[in-house]
Write a protein that binds this ligand. Structure first.
Ligand SMILES: Nc1ncnc2c1ncn2[C@@H]1O[C@H](COP(=O)(O)OP(=O)(O)OP(=O)(O)O)[C@@H](O)[C@H]1O
Ligand SMILES: [Mg+2]
Length: 256
């Protein structure tokens, strides 16, 4: 009798949770999401206006007004010290302007909140870390592994790679400097290509690469849908003509 009564109690319990489960399942309705709630607002336009920066030591930089539209390929030039690298730091929000504005707009002309995710940046002192060639390119995102060879080819690194016995698994030794300046720049450019940032700011990304190599890199980089703003010195007329246009800084607040 005890056995039967225990069985009936447990059976009722099971039945009751079955009903409960059914009820819960019926209550589970999909959450209604407004169509644009989860869409990433894409930068369509960058606008720089009345921009100036005063450093604490009194050094003053002023910039011309300019607009860059999504997809444009811009060459940013100017003599040393005219504030090219500083302009990138202002755009990236690493420095705050003392005057003027830097604004991002979407395709409807709505002002966007600053979103670093959409901006890729290659600093003038490009950064590799002591790990394999592969990890330096993918930044440890193994989902990108099958694209490494392709981007290394695009930046002209394949021949350099062939000389390395461990190939993509070769360790970069920053102390011994087992890579030349040009090879380092190629790897950092490959990193930029593989991550496909919609906006790419490149500070002197090819200064140590020979002119044939630079042409090859530019052909591939400027053939992507990304917006590219690239700082470079002493490009030949041929290389300059590969860009849509040039913005030349003079630090007089106007553009040449
Ligand atoms: N943190 C700082 N404090 C004071 N002055 C600075 C600072 N950073 C930059 N400057 C000054 O601002 C000016 C512009 O520097 P910036 O590095 O932007 O020049 P650049 O155009 O990139 O030059 P280059 O072609 O040599 O790389 C320089 O005169 C520099 O000394
Ligand atoms: Mg600079």
């Amino acid at each position: 009798m005890n056995g039967v009564s225990a069985f009936v109690t447990e059976w009722n319990l099971i039945k009751s949770t079955k009903d409960l489960n059914k009820e819960i399942t019926n209550l589970q309705a999909p959450v209604k999401i407004a169509p644009d709630q989860h869409q990433v607002k894409k930068i369509n336009r960058l606008e720089v206006k009345d921009l100036a920066l005063q450093f604490k030591n009194g050094e003053y930089l002023s910039y011309p007004d300019f607009t860059v539209k999504q997809g444009e390929k811009i060459l940013l030039t100017g003599d040393s010290g005219t504030g090219k690298s500083t302009l990138f730091k202002l755009i990236l929000g690493k420095l705050t302007p003392s005057q003027g504005e830097i604004n991002f707009f979407d395709h409807n002309g709505q002002k966007l909140n600053f979103d670093l995710d959409e901006l890729g940046y290659i600093a003038q002192d490009n950064t590799l870390f002591p790990d394999t060639i592969a990890n330096n390119v993918t930044m440890f995102n193994s989902a990108l592994n099958n694209q490494i060879s392709g981007v290394l080819d695009q930046v002209g690194f394949t021949k350099d790679l062939d000389k390395m016995s461990a190939g993509l698994n070769s360790q970069i030794d920053l102390d011994k400097g087992n890579l030349s300046g040009g090879q380092r720049q190629k790897l950092v450019l490959a990193r930029a290509l593989i991550h496909q940032s919609p906006w790419l700011l490149i500070d002197e990304g090819t200064s140590a690469i020979d002119s044939a190599g630079t042409k090859q890199v530019l052909q591939n980089l400027l053939n992507t849908p990304s917006t590219v703003i690239m700082i470079a010195h002493n490009y030949s007329t041929e290389l300059v003509s590969m860009f849509d246009r040039q913005i030349k800084l003079t630090n007089r607040g106007d553009a040449d």
